[in-house]
Design a protein around this ligand. Structure first.
Ligand code: FAD
Length: 417
């Protein structure tokens, strides 16, 4: 990675106010009215941990993965599922985790969500046996890294019609295929993968299984994705890889059900990360424009600056309420798995993922322009947030696919007439 050592252009008085501690202070003021006492305690402990243990070790010239064991030490690789006796877990806790981690380092949080939630949640849901528990322990400690392999070169939005093939040999599978855009792929130890035994019947013949780095026939090559230089995205090739039975989470047909079960959790976690990016950017812009003077007055005194920022804060407050709502709905679908409710929740999570990830991108872009040149440098975290927000909008399904899922649910209402 080409090293960039940025010059500080910030006035010392502004610099001392733009600390993560101060950003958290303002963030908490907005968030605490929306959460329970337990959630508040969790958030404060988490922020304290991130400030003490993680922030001092962040190096923008190094991959994010060296920070994983630090997160693992605090049991913060994920908080969706119960692990290591934690009493505080569930989608609302995971969302708080994603927000606080994104504020400190948006690239770190992107890689964390993929390993801790998108890879690991299906293992918590469908995994059985000692080997799966061992994999989960390794990933939760941050010492090992997980990734998910759905997208293929010819099948992105149309993911179900995949070409990766599975030959079921009874006591093991043989898989062949190529996956692309695998976040964490080139450094991953475990690959949660989907393949089909009949490409004409993907729904009826889909399998879900874990490939391990040291299995013969696994090859990864890093893709040139410039917006997130500290996260590795790969092309992943499976060349006649033998998968033992204990690594199969979903056998023939069950893989399709498991794939769809995981998508809501995936979207909800991305909502948390997108909200974190938005709060980071909005609060940085609020602090900076209140202290930076032009024409003898703080920028925020000019309505051309303060009104657009205020409008973005209003949208962000509303979208954050929506995000917590989506997290609470996720819990309800686990407690009361009524098909009508599950369908509603799938559409609601898509709509909210669309809103939150699009807002993060728009808000970061607008705040960058409103703060001026400094927001293009590494003196502020706005440019980094903007780059990660672009990825948040496509990962977990592009913008149009989220709208497509909502439009299908809306269209179904016509059948009530
Ligand atoms: C940085 C990055 C990280 C990623 N990480 C992962 C990962 O870890 N694992 C993984 O499996 N995948 C990952 N992806 C893949 C991501 O989920 C896909 O890029 C996404 O699903 C879109 O697929 P595609 O890129 O092939 O675009 P396409 O499907 O070719 O779509 C191109 C455009 O057409 C639109 N479009 C497609 N079909 C329709 C339709 N029916 N109606 C309206 N519009 C439509 C799309 O919305 C999009 O705007 C990642 C992608 C990126 C860029």
């Amino acid at each position: 990675m080409k090293k960039i050592v940025g010059v500080n252009l910030l006035d010392e008085n502004i610099k001392e106010k733009l600390t993560t501690e101060n950003i958290y202070k303002i963030f908490n003021n907005f968030i605490i009215p929306l959460i329970s006492k337990d959630e508040q305690e969790f958030l404060e402990e988490l922020e304290d941990f991130l400030l003490r243990e993680v922030e001092p070790k962040i190096d923008l010239n190094e991959d994010v993965y060296m920070l994983f064991p630090l997160l693992g030490k605090g049991n913060y690789i994920q908080r969706l599922n119960k692990h290591n006796d934690s009493k505080r877990y569930g989608m609302r806790y995971e969302m708080l985790c994603a927000m606080a981690a994104s504020i400190i380092d948006p690239e770190l949080d992107l890689a964390r969500v993929v390993s801790g939630v998108i890879f690991a949640n299906p293992l918590f849901q469908f995994g059985k046996g000692d080997h799966i528990s061992e994999i989960l322990d390794n990933v939760m400690s941050g010492e090992k890294i997980g990734c998910i392999c759905i997208t293929e070169r010819e099948h992105g939005s149309d993911a179900v019609n995949m070409q990766t093939t599975v030959e079921d040999k009874g006591d093991h599978l043989i898989i062949n295929g190529e996956k692309v855009y695998t976040t964490n792929g080139s450094v991953a130890d475990y690959f949660l993968t989907y393949g089909v035994s009949d490409i004409r019947d993907p729904r009826g013949s889909m399998y879900q299984f874990i490939v391990e780095r040291d299995f013969e026939g696994v090859e990864t090559k890093r893709l040139g994705i410039q917006s997130i230089p500290r996260v590795e995205i790969s092309q992943t090739i499976f060349n006649s890889v033998k998968i033992p039975k204990e690594n199969v989470l979903g056998a023939r047909g069950q893989g399709y059900y498991n794939l769809f079960q995981g998508l809501v959790a995936e979207r909800d976690s991305i909502i948390g990360s997108s909200l974190g990016i938005s709060w980071l950017t909005a609060i940085s812009a609020l602090i900076y424009t209140n202290l930076r003077k032009q024409f003898g007055r703080p920028l925020f005194d000019f309505q051309g600056v303060s009104f657009p920022i205020t409008k973005l804060f209003t949208e962000l407050m509303a979208t954050t309420e929506f995000g917590f709502r989506a997290a609470s709905e996720y819990r309800k679908t686990l407690d009361y798995p009524d098909p009508k409710f599950i369908k509603y929740n799938a559409a609601f999570s898509s709509g909210t993922k669309y809103l939150a990830s699009h807002l993060a991108q728009r808000l970061s872009y607008e705040c960058q322009q409103l703060c001026g040149g400094i927001a293009f440098t590494d003196n502020l975290r706005i440019d980094k947030a903007l780059e990660v927000s672009k990825v948040q909008e496509i990962i977990g399904g592009a913008r149009n696919i989220q709208l497509y899922l909502v439009s299908r649910a809306v269209k179904n209402m016509i059948s009530l007439l």
